[in-house]
Design a binder for this molecule. Structure first.
Ligand SMILES: O=P(O)(O)OC[C@H]1O[C@H](OP(=O)(O)OP(=O)(O)O)[C@H](O)[C@@H]1O
Ligand code: HPA
Ligand SMILES: [Mg+2]
Length: 175
């Protein structure tokens, strides 16, 4: 009977919550672009889907880059990380722009956590510049430019994954 404890999701293990609003996310993406503007110019932006699509659009708009490609990777099923699956690689046209190694290309993602996703994309484009909006300590060494670091035991809630909802008063036991 019943002995096994239910496996905790990464989010449950994380413990701390870091909710990000659309407004905050937009400001953080603009701050990221200020830093990237010192590093570029870039021939193209490569968004790691799906989370990288939103910052990639904002960053590309600010930098005036109109060539945007995707690398499509699935790993987290809501909050649990499984094996990484590359559903779509980098296009031939973007590869050509980066001279086969990614030189002059800008890879964008919303965050690095363990760094597994970033590592895989870096292997595809070793000379590209890798930027994320947020970084956790384990993944941080993989990133060239980021804006905000949060602790490894923090779960970031993005605005496209969340909705406003009722929150009970502290007096009634709200955390
Ligand atoms: O550093 P890691 O531990 O690899 O985690 C970071 C990756 O995880 C999330 O993507 P996810 O796989 O959940 O897919 P999504 O972007 O489609 O939501 C996030 O957008 C990063 O791409
Ligand atoms: O902290 C996180 N928030 C949202 N998605 C994620 N994918 C890996 N880590 C995270
Ligand atoms: Mg992602």
């Amino acid at each position: 009977m019943g002995g096994e404890a239910p496996e905790l999701s990464e989010q449950e293990r994380a413990g701390k919550a870091f909710p990000v609003s659309w407004d905050q996310f937009h400001r953080d993406c603009r701050a990221l672009t200020w830093r990237l503007n010192e590093v570029g110019p870039f021939h193209a932006v490569i968004a790691i889907t799906r989370g990288g699509l939103v910052p990639a659009a904002i960053v590309a708009r600010e930098l005036g880059v109109r060539v945007i490609d995707t690398v499509c990777i699935a790993s987290y099923d809501h909050t649990k990380q499984g094996d990484l699956q590359v559903l779509k690689g980098i296009s031939e046209a973007a590869m050509k722009l980066g001279g086969g190694t990614g030189k002059g290309l800008l890879i964008v993602d919303d965050l690095v956590d363990t760094g597994k996703t970033g590592k895989l994309v870096r292997e595809m484009l070793p000379d590209a510049h890798f930027a994320t909006v947020y970084a956790k300590p384990k993944g941080r060494p993989l990133v060239d430019t980021f804006i905000t670091e949060v602790s490894q035991d923090t779960w970031i809630f993005f605005p496209w994954d969340t909705a406003l909802s009722y929150h009970p008063p502290l007096r009634d036991g709200a955390a």
